[in-house]
Design a protein around this ligand. Sequence first.
Ligand SMILES: [Zn+2]
Length: 500
Amino acid sequence: MIHDTRGSKRKSTRMNSAFAAALCLSSLLIVGSQSAQSDSGKQIVSVRISHDPIRRAEDLKDLSQFDILGVSLQQGIAEVGLLPRDMNKLKALGFQIEFSPLNAQLNREALEPYLTPSEVLDKLSSLSQTYPAITSLKTIGFTRRKRPIQAIIISSEPNDTNRPTILFNAMHHAREVMTTEVVMHAAEVLLRGFGNDQEITHWLETARIIVVPQVNPDGNQLVHEGQTMWRKNAWESDGRTYGVDINRNYPTLWGACNGSSTGKFADNYRGPGAASEPETNAMMSLVQAEKPVANISYHSFSEMILYPYGCRSEKNPSLELFKSIGADIKANLEDDSGRKNTYELGTPPELLYEADGTDADWQFREAGVVSFAMEINSRMQGFQPSHQRWRDITVKRQESAWKTLIRRTLEQGVRGRFVNQQATEISYRIVQMRSNSLEDFTGEDKTVKPFRPRSSAGLLFNTLLPGDYAINISLGNSPAKTVNFSVKKGEVTDLGDISL
Ligand SMILES: [Zn+2]
């Protein structure tokens, strides 16, 4: 019965003619494509999905038992990695499939010029030697295979914790090699710009930027060794490497909405427990220690800007703020065709499928970080675009995205400093003076933890939309004080010292 329903649903999906013409050849091409398999035995197929958002979500849910690599919503196509044994299963679901151009990438040579884990460490070390006064290199944890995970802190005073912090991280997923290039380039642009570029100098004199180029170096090493489709870390069980999807391993909403798998072979295996993985813990410790105001986690591919939450059931109490910053990022960002304002903006379930245990959701709910995930590059480029053709142009185009996040984070909101108390006892919520609590920053939504001061020096800093607000401050479990304030367009309201 279920089968009949699915069959009729697919038949009613509109096909474009070029795609339809290619279909009669598709099974032949797939059978004849052994040479294009990756070391893991996977090949990539292009699968037609619906343009209607509700049907699209159903299609992608059905496809999520396979390895969905990325999608083009405009073209209505998902790229899916398939083991040979899964081919008939996919066809039985009634999907229309075609051999993907991305199969051409499944070789080690194409990966050669991309940064390896050891090259990332070398480069970070060389940057910190070239710019010792404005960098601080930190090892934030070690992977399953004992590789260091490093962060570079960039600021005119890298250790001044009384400054707001903005985080950029890349490569939760091992095969998304362009993401490391993007944030490494961001670090270099910031360092070169200090003292030369007025805006960058201003940012580095007032804030701290933290860059984590590779959250998952173990997985990336496997990719460079030839497992070009490897996504997870190097978690082992019974002497075999299965890997855990680090971006389904965070404790917020872990396993909550079928947005990950319990199967250890699955590419979105959520792990044996919430936060079971050392890579997850490294990022959590960093965020808890630094309390960033905002973050971008770089992923590829699909040309999307995603924000919380990954589960459809969850309401984001700061939706208007995320939409506003996201729209700004989108407006100036050029896609792979050189067009602006085309990235899709929304939550994972709105644009793709439900995803649980993700870093953006954890960062936002547990630490109040305005946290985005960016899916860079189009489906024509995939995970490993030609380095020669795409590396420089991609990292250059992404400059506008991370610069917009820095600009928006620092230019408008509220700041202050809590004094006369142990900063660890203080927590606060910011409530917008409007009737609709869904538009409050944290509002009365108790799922979002109250903010802690952003440093031991008692820093208060939040990016806000213009409006009238109240800040409800607590000491331990007791209400301590309420301060009313307004935020004007393009201004940061400075509350100065707040005595408690
Ligand atoms: Zn990813």
